[in-house]
Ligand binder design. Structure first.
Ligand code: ZN
Length: 242
C-alpha cells in the first residue's frame, strides 16, 4: 500500500491542491493529514471540502480544535487567535462540527497518527529535536509515529534499544528492527526556511519513506490572504518559509 501523508495545511488551498496532485500522480491509495487543516490561511472551507473529497483520514490539530471550541483560544498567540476567530466566522456549522469531531489519534497498520507529542496529544507539546523525542519513543506502540505541529520536518530512527538518531536523508528504508518518529513539516506554512510545501510517501510494501517539497503559487495565496483582511505577517511568512 502506498500512502500519502502531510500536515498543517492551514487553509492554504493552493498548497493543498499542489500536494494532493503530486500524491495522486504517485499512485497513493490513502491520504493522511496530521492536523491543523485550518487557521492562518484564507480558504478553510475549500480545504476541508478537498480533504473530504479525497477521503483523507485526519487527526485533530490545535487550530482545528481551537476553531471548534475544544481548545481554549487564549492558548494561542495574537496572530493565530485573530485567524482562528476569522476562520470561525467563515465556516458553516457542519464544517465546525467536522473539526470538532476529528480524533486526537488513530492507528493505521504500522502507523500511529497524532498532531503533537504522542505522550499527551491534547497538551500540544512541540518536538523539535532528538532530545525532545527521547521520552516520546515509548509513547506509541506501533513501528512508526507520524506527527506535525512544529511545521519543521524531522525524521528520527531508533534501531533496537540504541539511542534515537536523526536521519538527514529525504528518502530512507523503514527497517524491520527500527521504530520511527517522523514530523512531516507543513503543507500550508513551512517554517524551516524553505517555502515549498511538505509531504511524504510511505510505501508499506517496499518499506520505504520519502519526503518531498512541492512548489505552489505563493503569490495567489498571499493575494487572497490580504483580500480577506488577514494580518500581513501571515502573508510575509509564506514567502520566507519562517
Ligand atoms: Zn500548525
Amino acid at each position: 500500500m502506498r500512502i500519502g501523508a502531510f500536515s498543517d495545511v492551514h487553509s492554504n488551498l493552493e498548497a493543498l491542491t499542489a500536494v494532493s496532485h503530486f500524491l495522486k500522480q504517485e499512485g497513493t491509495q490513502q491520504l493522511l493529514c496530521l492536523g491543523d487543516v485550518v487557521g492562518y490561511g484564507p480558504d478553510p472551507e475549500a480545504c476541508i471540502k478537498l480533504l473530504q473529497t479525497v477521503r483523507a483520514r485526519i487527526v485533530a490539530g490545535n487550530h482545528d480544535w481551537g476553531v471548534a471550541g475544544r481548545t481554549p483560544i487564549h492558548q494561542f498567540n495574537h496572530l493565530a487567535r485573530f485567524a482562528l476567530q476569522w476562520t470561525r466566522k467563515h465556516l458553516t456549522l457542519a464544517h465546525r462540527l467536522f473539526l470538532k469531531n476529528l480524533p486526537l489519534t488513530f492507528d493505521l497498520g504500522p502507523l500511529h497518527l497524532v498532531h503533537a507529542a504522542p505522550s499527551a496529544p491534547n497538551r500540544w507539546d512541540y518536538i523539535f529535536t532528538v532530545e525532545d523525542a527521547l521520552s516520546e519513543m515509548g509513547a506509541f506502540t506501533t513501528d512508526i509515529c507520524l506527527i506535525g505541529h512544529t511545521h519543521i520536518p524531522l525524521f528520527i530512527e531508533q534501531i533496537s534499544n540504541k539511542p534515537p538518531r536523526e536521519i538527514t536523508d529525504s528518502s530512507f528504508p523503514l527497517r524491520p528492527n527500527a521504530r520511527y518518529l517522523i514530523n512531516l513539516g507543513s503543507v500550508g506554512q513551512p517554517r524551516d526556511g524553505d517555502p515549498r510545501s511538505c509531504c511524504a510517501l510511505i510505501d508499506l510494501n517496499e518499506h520505504r519513506f520519502s519526503f518531498h517539497r512541492i512548489p505552489y503559487c505563493i503569490t495567489e495565496t498571499k493575494k487572497k490572504l490580504r483580500a480577506v483582511g488577514l494580518p500581513e505577517p501571515l502573508a510575509d511568512r509564506l514567502t520566507y518559509g519562517r
